[in-house]
Ligand binder design. Structure first.
Ligand code: PMP
Length: 412
């Protein structure tokens, strides 16, 4: 079987809509176009029925009650509502209090978590940024070590968007519940790929986006726990009071219906997809590591999502490698930061040196990736790396057994 070029291996950045999702959405553009807030006629009722059905499909995927699902424009907005909304609602005040409260997160979170936390820092909250070790895993013990009597919120992503590494989310959730601290997880890369149960996994607030799970862009979810404990949040946007007042604004009905369908499909197919993708990822890693020296797979060897890998190729620039393999869509660093040539803060955050952080590729497989695609991509990458290294005097020196790190370069 021949492969169809270009090959898309950047599913951690976004996924194509599943045709079944598009089909479910179509009637809501034209025939069922009502505003679900229009309570007084059939057009509104029918749109509301579509939204309600989607709410249940989403809730079923993550083990929540449908009343606990808030629709947003994506994970970025959901993270902001969760973190800023919770911090402002649970802020300490009154005599005897020094700061407004303590928040724990990690240095390898997505910017959509880091930046709201930094904003809160400026507004008087104390924030601890946990630095995970080389394997990239944030553990319960790390959070426990950072807990303080005034901690009000912990926000730790479930799976990292650059390496796919999986944090100890259920255990961190259990700790937070023992201590009476709210727990938020950015589950954008996790939900729809791996089983999720907000009850068993001890989660109070959870965010994700439709477009990472073969749904449409511009729609996402914030799960907000309603009991044990009932989570309260200060809204960021005021208006018509939709979504229990947490997120005012007319609902994106087509997007929501599509997201619901994407959740239903993910729930039914994730086990099968996950197994297939793990085999493909192993095929890819094996093909690359068996043919090249000085390559490193970043993050924990096993505790990773099945469909993605992050590989550093010594003596090669990530950007040059991508230019040399233009028929394959991959990412050097995450899409959101790849406009800059700064090495990935996530890789640097777990102690990968500047050189290897600069030479890394994130490769993420998806629902329609075939074994032939993977084989083609692996061979193209291997060819390109070998060719680029032919031009590298440093690689020559490495092959001659010279330790590059010990060389004292002369500045002129
Ligand atoms: N969090 C994580 C972990 C992500 O991977 C992304 C998408 N790159 C986001 C948040 C933001 O998602 P969106 O752009 O859909 O709001």
């Amino acid at each position: 079987m021949s492969v169809k070029l270009p090959i898309y291996l950047d599913h951690a950045a976004t996924t194509p809509c599943d045709p079944r999702v598009v089909e479910a959405m179509l009637p809501y553009f034209t025939e069922i176009f009502g505003n679900p807030g229009s309570r007084n006629h059939q057009f509104g009722w029918r749109a509301e029925e579509g939204v309600d059905a989607a709410r249940r499909q989403v809730a079923d995927l993550i083990g929540a009650d449908h009343k606990e699902i808030i629709f947003t424009s994506g994970a970025t907005e959901a993270n902001n509502i969760a973190i800023r909304g919770a911090a402002n609602m649970y802020a300490k005040s009154g005599p005897g209090t020094t700061g407004r409260g303590h928040i724990i997160t990690s240095t390898i979170e997505h910017k959509a978590v880091l930046d709201p936390c930094k904003r809160l820092q400026k507004e008087g909250f104390d924030v601890t940024f946990i630095e995970p070790p080389k394997d990239g895993i944030v553990t319960r013990a790390m959070i426990e070590g950072a807990m303080r009597p005034d901690t009000i919120l912990v926000s730790i992503m479930w799976a990292n968007n650059e390496m796919g590494t999986i944090n100890e989310v259920p255990q961190i959730g259990a700790l937070c519940h023992e201590k009476g601290v709210l727990f938020h997880t950015d589950a954008t890369q996790w939900v729809g790929k791996m089983p999720t149960d907000v009850e068993k996994d001890n989660i109070d607030l959870l965010s994700f986006s439709g477009h990472k799970i073969y749904g449409p862009k511009g729609v996402g979810v914030l799960y907000v726990r309603r009991r044990k404990p009932r989570v309260r949040l200060q809204a960021l946007v005021d208006g018509g009071g939709q979504e229990r007042g947490f997120r005012s604004g007319t609902l994106n009905v087509t997007g929501i219906v599509g997201l619901g369908k994407a959740c239903e499909i993910a729930r039914a197919e994730m086990d099968k997809d996950g197994e297939r993708l793990l085999a493909l990822r192993k095929q890819l890693e094996q093909a690359i590591t068996s043919q090249l020296d000085v390559v490193q797979i970043n993050g924990h060897a096993e505790k990773r999502l099945p469909h993605m890998t992050n590989i550093s190729f010594g003596f090669v620039e990530g950007e040059s490698l991508m230019m040399a393999t233009k028929e394959i869509a991959m990412s050097s660093g995450s899409a959101c930061t790849s406009a800059s040539l700064e090495p990935s803060y996530v890789l640097k955050g777990i102690g990968v040196g500047d050189d290897l952080a600069h030479s890394s590729l994130r490769i993420s497989l998806g629902r329609w990736t075939t074994s032939e695609d993977v084989e083609y991509a692996a061979q193209a990458i291997v060819r390109a790396v070998k060719k680029l290294r032919e031009l590298s005097p440093l690689y020559d020196m490495h092959q001659e057994g010279i330790d590059i790190s010990k060389i004292e370069w002369q500045a002129h």
